[in-house]
Design a protein around this ligand. Structure first.
Ligand code: AGP
Length: 613
C-alpha cells in the first residue's frame, strides 16, 4: 500500500524523504513524489514507476529545503500517472498533501468544491483534501490547524495525511483516521511515517498517533491534539527494533533473508514462552488463568496468509483443547450476521496489524462484547492497540511482500496457545504437555535441515516452475500448508496454483491432472490414517500421469515409487509438521520465481499491508 514520509528540521529533507520512501518500497507502489519547502516556494517533484525514476528527476531538477513530505502511491482511484501521484495541491499551489487510505465521499465533496470554482486535475480521492482546506480558510477558519480540522470533519473514510503549506512554512501537519501514521521524534528534527522502518535509522522515539488525532510538527517539537482541538499529551515510546533488522544482511532479497530467519524466530518464541523445555508459560500475553478458563468458543479472523495460519490454529486448538473453533475471513465476517457472545474469544491474526478487514471485524466483535486476542507481529499497530490482549509474534520487520517468517511465527503462537489452553482445561496431562513442548523444540532444527536442502529444492523448482499451473494437496494439519504453498507460488512466481484438501481432489480438480501438471503432495508421516490417505491420493495422481513433487519424511521409501521429485524433511510430530513443511514450499515458490525473473520482494499488484478494503 502507499507509504508516507515527512521531515521538518534543520537538515535538507530531500535525501531523508527518498531514503525513507526506499525503506517503505516493500509496501508496494506504482508512483512516487515529494513536496519540499525551498526558499519560500513549495516545490513538487513526482513521477510514475520506481523511486529510481524520482531520483533521476531530482538529479535533473534538484530541490533542497525543509520541511518536506513524500509518498509512494499504490493506485486505487485513477491509474498510475504523474498527475494522480501525490503530493496533491489546492488551487493556489500553497497547500500540498500526501494521503494513505480512501476518502469515501470524495465524489460529493469534489462536486461541491467544483461548484465553488476549485479546479481538479487528478482522478484521485486525495485531491479533495487540499481543496477542502483551502475552502475552509476562505470560509473563515482562523488558521491552518482549524482549517484542517474543519476539512477533516467533512471527510468520510480512512486517512493518514501529511500536509505542508506556505502559510505555515516551518510546519508539517499529520492526521490519522483508520490508516497507520507515526511521528518520529529526533534530535535535529521531527518525522512522520506510515511505518516504523521508514525512519528507524533516524530515530527510535515514536508517537503512535491515534484515530482522530492531529499532530503539529516543528523543528523543535511536536504537539498533538484531537480533531476537536483538545490538546493530547504525546506518548513517546522507544522502538526496540534495530535498523539492521529491516536490512537485507547479504541476502539477495528480503524474502530469502526472512525465510532463513525462521529457525531463530521460532527458537526465541519457544525460549520466551516455555519453561525448562517442559511446560508452556506464556509471557506478557495478558490474560490470567481465570480469563483463559472462561473462554467457551473461539473465533479466528484474518486474511490471506494469516487466514491459513488461523486455519492451522483452528485445527491445533480443536485437537488439544476440546474447544469449538470457527475461522473467518475478515472481508466476509465484517458483513455477516454472525452470532457473537461475550463468552467468545475472538482471535485476530496479522503480520501488519493494519489489515482493514481484520481490524473492522475485531471492532465489530468487540462491540458485541467479545474479548479480543491479537496474534500480531507489529507492536503499536492498530490491531495490537485495539485488542484486549496481544500475543506478539516478534518475528521482526517482514519486508518481503510475501509473508514467510510471520506465518511460521503465527503457527508457533497457535501451538503454544493450544497447549496452554489444553492444560488449563484439563484436556492435557502434565506428561502430555511435556512431550508436546519437547516436540515443539525439535522444530527449529528441522527447519534448519530444510534450509540446507536449498539447492535440491532449487533444481526441482527450475524443472517444474515454468508450466502454467500447479496443484497443491494436503490433509488435516497440512491442508492449510497446501493452501499457503499455493498462495506463495502465485504471489511471487505468478504461476497459477491451487491448494486443495487432498480428499476433495476427486470432487473436481482431478480433471486437471495430466502429464504436464505438477502436483505438490504434502505426505509427511503421521500417527493416524492421514498419511495412508495421502499415499492413496498420490496413487490416483500417478495413475493419471500427474507429475508428483512430494514433501516426505526422511527415509520414506514408499514415496520414492510414486513421486517424480521428493523434498525430504525431518519427521517431527504431526501437529507441528506444517511449520517445517511450509518452509520447503516457501523455497519451492522462491526458486520458481527466481527462475522466472520476477520482482520477488515486490511482486506486481501486491501491497504488503492491505489497509483499504
Ligand atoms: C502474504 O504472503 C500476503 N501478501 C497476504 O496474503 C497477507 O498475509 C494478508 O494481506 C494479511 O496481512 P496481515 O497479516 O498483515 O494482516
Amino acid at each position: 500500500m502507499c507509504g508516507i514520509v515527512g521531515y521538518v528540521g534543520r537538515r535538507d529533507a530531500v535525501p531523508l524523504l527518498v531514503d525513507g520512501l526506499k525503506r517503505l518500497e516493500y509496501r508496494g507502489y506504482d508512483s512516487a513524489g515529494i513536496a519540499v519547502m525551498e526558499k519560500g516556494r513549495l516545490e513538487i517533484r513526482k513521477c510514475v514507476g520506481r523511486l529510481s525514476a524520482l531520483e533521476e528527476k531530482l538529479a535533473r531538477q534538484p530541490v533542497a529545503g525543509a520541511p518536506g513530505i513524500g509518498h509512494t502511491r499504490w493506485a486505487t482511484h485513477g491509474e498510475p500517472s504523474e498527475i494522480n501521484s501525490h503530493p496533491h495541491t489546492d488551487s493556489t499551489g500553497r497547500i500540498a498533501v500526501v494521503h494513505n487510505g480512501i476518502i469515501e465521499n470524495f465524489e460529493s465533496l469534489r462536486h461541491d468544491l467544483e461548484k465553488k470554482g476549485h479546479p481538479f486535475r487528478s482522478e484521485t480521492d486525495t485531491e479533495v483534501v487540499p481543496h477542502l482546506i483551502e475552502q475552509e480558510l476562505k470560509d473563515g477558519a482562523r488558521d491552518l490547524p482549524e482549517a484542517i480540522r474543519r476539512a477533516l470533519a467533512k471527510a468520510r473514510g480512512a486517512y493518514a495525511l501529511g500536509i505542508v503549506s506556505l502559510d505555515d512554512p516551518d510546519t508539517i501537519y499529520a492526521a490519522r483516521l483508520g490508516s497507520p501514521l507515526i511521528v518520529g521524534v529526533g534530535d535535529d528534527g521531527q518525522f512522520i511515517a506510515s511505518d516504523v522502518p521508514a525512519i528507524l535509522n533516524q530515530t527510535r522515539k515514536v508517537i503512535y498517533l491515534d484515530d482522530g488525532e492531529l499532530a503539529i510538527l516543528k523543528a523543535g517539537g511536536v504537539r498533538v491534539m484531537k480533531l476537536d482541538g483538545t490538546e493530547v499529551k504525546p506518548d513517546i515510546r522507544e522502538v526496540k527494533l534495530q535498523a539492521e533488522a529491516a536490512e537485507r544482511a547479504g541476502f539477495e532479497t528480503f524474502m530469502r533473508k526472512e525465510i532463513h530467519e525462521q529457525p531463530r524466530v521460532l527458537r526465541s518464541l519457544l525460549d520466551k514462552h516455555t519453561k525448562d523445555a517442559a511446560a508452556v508459560a506464556l509471557q506478557d500475553v495478558g490474560f490470567d488463568d481465570a480469563q483463559w478458563k472462561a473462554v467457551r468458543r473461539i473465533m479466528i479472523i484474518s486474511c490471506g496468509t494469516a487466514y491459513y495460519a488461523g486455519s492451522y490454529g483452528r485445527l491445533i486448538i480443536e485437537a488439544l483443547t476440546g474447544l469449538p473453533v470457527e475461522i473467518e475471513l475478515g472481508s466476509e465476517f465484517r458483513y455477516r450476521d454472525a452470532k457473537l457472545s461475550p463468552d467468545m474469544l475472538v482471535v485476530s491474526v496479522s503480520q501488519s496489524g493494519e489489515t482493514a478487514d481484520t481490524l473492522a471485524s475485531i471492532r465489530k466483535a468487540r462491540r458485541a462484547g467479545c474479548k479480543a486476542l491479537a496474534i500480531c507481529n507489529t507492536p503499536g499497530s492498530s490491531l495490537a492497540r485495539e485488542s484486549d490482549v496481544v500475543f506478539h509474534t516478534e518475528a521482526g520487520p517482514e519486508i518481503g511482500v510475501a509473508s514467510t517468517k510471520a506465518y511460521t511465527a503465527q503457527l508457533m503462537a497457535f501451538a503454544l496457545l493450544a497447549i496452554h489452553l489444553g492444560r488449563l482445561r484439563g484436556e492435557l496431562t502434565a506428561e502430555q504437555e511435556r512431550e508436546l513442548v519437547r516436540d515443539l523444540h525439535a522444530v527449529p532444527d528441522a527447519i534448519h535441515y530444510v534450509l540446507a536442502r536449498g539447492e535440491e529444492i532449487r533444481a526441482i523448482a527450475q524443472k517444474h516452475g515454468d508450466g502454467p499451473s500447479a496443484l497443491y494437496l494436503g490433509r488435516k494439519f497440512n491442508y492449510p500448508t497446501a493452501l499457503e504453498g499455493a498462495l506463495k507460488n502465485k504471489e511471487i512466481s505468478y504461476q497459477h496454483a491451487e491448494g486443495y484438501a487432498a480428499g476433495e481432489m476427486k470432487h473436481g480438480p482431478i480433471a486437471l491432472i495430466n502429464e504436464y501438471l505438477p502436483v505438490v503432495c504434502l505426505c509427511t508421516k503421521t500417527r493416524d490414517e492421514v498419511y495412508e490417505k495421502m499415499i492413496s491420493n498420490m496413487k490416483e495422481v500417478e495413475a493419471r500421469h500427474g507429475r508428483i513433487i512430494a514433501v516426505a519424511s526422511n527415509g520414506d521409501e514408499s514415496v520414492l515409487k510414486l513421486a517424480e521429485d521428493i523434498i525430504f524433511v525431518p519427521q517431527v510430530r504431526d501437529e507441528f509438521s506444517p511449520m517445517v513443511n511450509v518452509v520447503a514450499l516457501q523455497l519451492l515458490a522462491y526458486f520458481a520465481a527466481q527462475a522466472r525473473g520476477t520482482d520477488i520482494d515486490k511482486p506486481r499488484n501486491l501491497a504488503k499491508s492491505v489497509t483499504v478494503e
